[in-house]
Design a protein around this ligand. Sequence first.
Ligand code: PMP
Length: 295
Amino acid sequence: MSEQWIYLDGEFVRKQDAKISVYDHGFLYGDGVFEGIRVYDGNVFRLQEHLDRLYNSAKSIMLEIPHTKDEVKGLIINTLQKNELSNAYIRLVISRGVGNLGLDPASCARPSVIIIAEELAIFPKELYDSGLEIVTVATRRNRPDVLSPKVKSLNYLNNILVKIEASLAGVSEALMLNDQGYVAEGSADNVFIVRGKELLTPPGYIGALEGITRNAIIEMAKELEYTVKEEPFTRHDVYVADEVFLTGTAAEVIAVVKVDGRVIGNGKPGKETNCLLEAFRKRVVKEGVKVYTQV
Ligand code: PMP
């Protein structure tokens, strides 16, 4: 890959020079918001939804993004062009900016705006063929009345603890439950279970990020005449489901074939999961906003 350029507060800098202050409250306190966005063949998938979620997260934590949504769109396009990328994962970060050592964001003069575009190293193809083995972990999803999981903030410690527990259990992903024991989501993905032609995913109030891939799958599944229910479910429901899959911008749709040692279905990615993955991959190119054509 040729040189990688990062957008950092008004200019493009080389990857090795893309540095922020140790006084940035994003670094000191995880004070900021972010998005992960996919680009397929120059089409940005659901850019408007990502921007809406970013601005809602920012509003919730009283962080004023120093650009309009259209300006951020323009910056994303410029970053893709500068890096000559038409297939990419974009990381858009708005941190509170540089302040003093106190918690009060009032000391931060201006938010920092960072855009990274990279060729995405998605899960290895073998994992889509074989499916994932996962576990449920002791770490609970943070309660919506403490720090809403709908805010996609730079504070990902809850999710990182899940990842650590997963690694300790020898697997690469895990499910967390909410404080009442209902299944909430993975460390960076939403979860669905399949029963016949019925899909279930936890509703927003259970405590999960409102995933853009999740919402796309719900829409597509309804078009394909699945029954989709946003309904709470427990670990038991996961164990006895016909199929289980995870959704996310990076992961797309990936089958889960074992949960806490229980084999799901016949232990292989199921028919409905494969059908939805195929439909999703067709949809992402067709539906995206064309912003970049490689010359
Ligand atoms: N949950 C969490 C905690 C996440 O970080 C992500 C990834 N953004 C998701 C779910 C999936 O959301 P999306 O489909 O918007 O990527």
